[in-house]
Design a protein around this ligand. Sequence first.
Ligand SMILES: NC(=O)c1ccc[n+]([C@@H]2O[C@H](COP(=O)([O-])OP(=O)(O)OC[C@H]3O[C@@H](n4cnc5c(N)ncnc54)[C@H](OP(=O)(O)O)[C@@H]3O)[C@@H](O)[C@H]2O)c1
Length: 301
Amino acid sequence: MTSLITTPFTAESTAAEVVDGVDLAGRRVIVTGGASGIGIETARALAGAGAEVTLAVRNIRAGERTAEDIIATTGNKQVLVAPLDLADQASVASFAAAWGGPLHILVNNAGLMASPEMRTPEGWEMQFATNHLGHFALATGLHRALAAAVGARVVSVSSSAHLRSPVVFSDIHFRQRAYEPWAAYGQSKTANVLFAVEATRRWAGDGITANALMPGGIRTNLQRYVTDAELDRIWKTPEQGAATSVLVATSPLLEGVGGRYFEDCNEAGPNQPGTRRGVAAYALDPEAAARLWQVSVQTLA
Ligand SMILES: NC(=O)c1ccc[n+]([C@@H]2O[C@H](COP(=O)([O-])OP(=O)(O)OC[C@H]3O[C@@H](n4cnc5c(N)ncnc54)[C@H](OP(=O)(O)O)[C@@H]3O)[C@@H](O)[C@H]2O)c1
């Protein structure tokens, strides 16, 4: 058992504090869902450290407004906007095809939570399609750009909601079982962790590592489908919520580290039953990770 990575940062740390002293000049970054919630503050902190940041968003107007705001607050003019709908495979493919040159940091941040039952035109359950399959297609489509960066990092924004469900390989898309919004969200967030495990196993030789994280509880548009009563949590500010993503994306303490799960700016230990902290063994299981990769390739083929 390797020891857990610890940092000087905590649940209260902000994205700006975490990246303080890190120079990202010359680094190129993509943040999916970068025009809302913690994506905005993730993008702002990375731009503030000097990176070129592309906001990959489905609402271009919101993206442009966010880019203007980030440019104004950081003074970094290299904040770009590009269209990306993760639930639309043609959109993901054209985004990846349009990308030229190296990609140093890919933050797979966009997400949909506890939505009513919705399906893509292919019939895929929408949370799995958006949160996992879309990001899987994006990362694999950008693999060459990541490899070209030498030392690239992929950040997989998961959630403690992964504790609600493993990936149910026998019925990922809720065709036999009754649809349950939280089970679907939990399954997709477990997939985000498993992706980091298998991407690191496959791509470490290309200098690419991937880690997953729980940002904390942050009031954002994410809760559009849920009531306060369904949520029992301590709220962080968006700046605090972005801190663990930014840590995973940039911290020198994570050099060469991959396939792990972080929360509150530190690597998380195993979940203790009855708690909402830590990582489920099923989410770090290398066999499930390899299986999910294969299933994802087959699904997208
Ligand atoms: N907030 C929390 O308490 C919390 C807790 C645990 C984990 N997380 C995770 O943190 C990440 C960010 O969440 P947030 O709280 O910042 O939520 P948010 O404010 O709702 O932002 C999510 C972003 O994802 C985008 N998105 C949704 N579906 C998309 C699609 N098909 N294609 C492209 N973009 C899409 C949204 O775009 P639109 O604006 O166009 O809808 C939005 O920009 C998510 O992965 C979430 O699961 C959040």
